[in-house]
Design a protein. Structure first.
Length: 160
């Protein structure tokens, strides 16, 4: 498992680029952002992808940009797991991020410049502008997105 911790005492912008896998993001009362990237597989290629991933933090103005970029080496990923579960295009990776809870609103998912991609099983709590798909994104699948609010939103339009 790779683990990196960055001092980020302010708003954090996450730029996450993984070919597939599980992503978990949480906020906490902290001045640091912790990134953990691990392989859930004994497959050597997946472990090499984790080891070669770019994980970094850069400050731009008052915002800390944390980047996690995982690239495939050969463009196409095929994995046949033991048992009846056959996965195509799904490296067994898990990314966990804990960052400061300093923002008053959260933009959860923005998809831009993607072609033939998918996102699924997303749970968003207390966000604003929760799911954005840019016009330069083509042929995507979005499945099982749950948005919940524990507090009333004062920035949204009322029911029509």
């Amino acid at each position: 498992m790779r683990s990196e911790t960055f001092s980020t005492p302010g708003p954090v912008h996450l730029d996450l680029d993984m070919p597939a896998g599980e992503i978990e993001i949480a906020t906490a009362n902290t001045d640091e952002t912790t990134v953990e990237l691990e392989s859930d597989s004994a497959n050597e290629q997946v472990q090499e992808m984790v080891a070669a991933a770019r994980i970094e933090s850069n400050r731009r103005g008052d915002v800390f940009h944390v980047t996690v970029e995982v690239r495939t080496r050969h463009g196409v990923w095929i994995s046949f797991s033991g048992g009846p579960d056959i996965r195509l295009g799904t490296p067994e990776m898990r990314l966990r991020i804990v960052c400061p809870a300093v923002a008053t609103t959260y933009r959860s998912v923005t998809m831009g410049g993607l072609i033939d991609s998918w996102v699924r099983d997303v749970a968003i709590q207390d966000g604003v502008n929760n799911f954005n798909i840019n016009t330069n994104t083509k042929r995507i699948t979005v499945d099982n997105v749950r948005v919940s609010h524990t507090v009333a939103s004062t920035t949204s339009a009322g029911p029509g």
